[in-house]
Design a protein around this ligand. Sequence first.
Ligand SMILES: [Cu+2]
Length: 219
Amino acid sequence: MQSFSRPALLTALALALAPFPAFAAPVQVAVTDSAGNALPHAVVALVPAAGTSVPAPPPRTVVLDQRKEIFRPHVLVARPGDTLAVRNGDAKKHHSYSFTPMAKFSAEMGPNSPGPEVALPAVGEVAIGCNLHDGMLAYAVVVDAPVAGVTGPEGKVTLEAPAGAYTVRLWHPRGSRWDEPGKLEVAASGASASYSLVVEPKSAEPGAYDDPEQGFPLP
Ligand SMILES: [Cu+2]
C-alpha cells in the first residue's frame, strides 16, 4: 500500500474536498420573468466593481452543437477573444450561418461533422440560423465580464467568483437586454441572488425556443 506523509495527505484531502479553486466561491443566481416564472437561457454576467480583482480567464473555445434540429445551447456566453466551434451532431445535413458582421459565416455540415471555428473578437450578440431549418436559432452573447453563465431549464445558474463587489448584468433573447439589476456582494463563502427581467411574451410560433426542453445540450 502506498503511504503518504501527513502534510501531503492533508493537502490531498483539502484539494479533494474543495469544490472550487481557493480564489472562487459559488454564486447561485435565479432569474425569473416579471410574473415569477423561471427564465431559462438568460445570460448572467458579473462585472467586478472598483476594488474587486478577478483574474482574466484564458481564451477558450465554446461549442455550438446541432442535435434534433435544435442548436444546443440556444444561448451561449463567450468573451472577446474566444472561438465559437460549430458542429453537427445530427444524422442529417445542416447549413448554419450568421449575418452578424463580427462573426459572419456560412457553412454546410454533413451528418455528424465538425463545422467552422468562428472568431469572436468583440463584445456583441451573434445570431445564428440554419438555411435548411427555419426554426433553428441560437445566440452567442459575447460579454466583457470575467464571470458569466447562462441559466438552465430551471432558470438557475451557479457561477464561480472571487469574493468582492460586482455589478450584475442580465441578457435574454426576449428582451431586457443588458439590464443592470444592481450590485452583488460575494462573500468568501459565496452568494445567492434572484433577479427578475421584463421580457416579451413567448412566441406562439412552432419551435419557440424558450421552452425549457429546448436548446440544452444532450448527453
Ligand atoms: Cu439545420
